[in-house]
Design a protein around this ligand. Sequence first.
Ligand code: AVI
Length: 322
Amino acid sequence: MNMAASPMRAAPPIDEAFYSDVLQGLHREQKSLPCKYLYDETGSRLFERICELGDYYVTRTEAAIFEQHLPEMAHCIGPRAVIVEPGAGNCEKVRPLLESLENPAAYIPIDISPEILLAARADIEHRLPGLPVEAAVGDFTCMEAWPTADGTAGLRQVIFFPGSTIGNFDPQQARALLAHFRSRLKRGDGLLIGTDLVKDSVVLERAYHDSAHVTADFNKNLLARINRELDADFDLSLFAHRSFYHPLRQRVEMHLVSLKSHCVSIGGERIAFREGETIHTENSHKYSLAGFAELLRDTGFSPLAHWSDAKQHYAVHYAQAD
Ligand code: AVI
């Protein structure tokens, strides 16, 4: 029987963890949704477009820092290093780093998506033939996802965590994540990590409320995703994108504002929205150089070097495990 043509075809199974995170978040006093859910296929494509925007300085500033300082970074890392990349994605950022290292011993990308890892592995094996790639599927914030690096004992491991991803973790979570990274390393191993820096709020707010409205589409796609995957009926025209810099918390907050009082049904459950009420969808924390160095020290690292752009918008740090 051709199931595709059958009217009895079962609905795709609901992702229970997504469903319960969404309901839990929307029942809070300040409604919120975990930012990891921004990245379904559409969200990931929109994020790639954000990275190319003139208003979003983060990606191109980091790329320029890498381009300019790769030899110094490679010098800090040293020969025969094992590079571990949590949340590796398409490996675009690690490639130039691997190419500039002296005789790297292995590359270990960790990512939740097996498809992305397969493509990344093929790309690295094609461009750096002979470099062993040991891809690990899983959530890099969980211990179980980290491979036990067989055959790499005695070699220096360096965790590569670019893209200011650390900024999307709240301060406590960021501390826990760095401590988790430290627990995977031995004394003398390294961490190469990118952070967005505290700066003029006009620059920050333009980056997260771009003139082409791509960030607005990225934010609103979360509601479209909930409609698609969790049988919900969000009317996207009743929500507006809002982002602002919170100077005390040193973070850009992203919200979706309800433009009028109304109710939404999610899998049969009704959620009421008041006019002006928001769903908090993302925090993007900004660090000072001194503040991040302190965080590194608190979590068992010695900051050894950092590289920044002329405007001090962004920094890449190299730290050694104590
Ligand atoms: C992935 N992350 C570092 C981005 C950021 O800048 O916090 C996500 C983003 N959200 C809106 N624009 C970009």
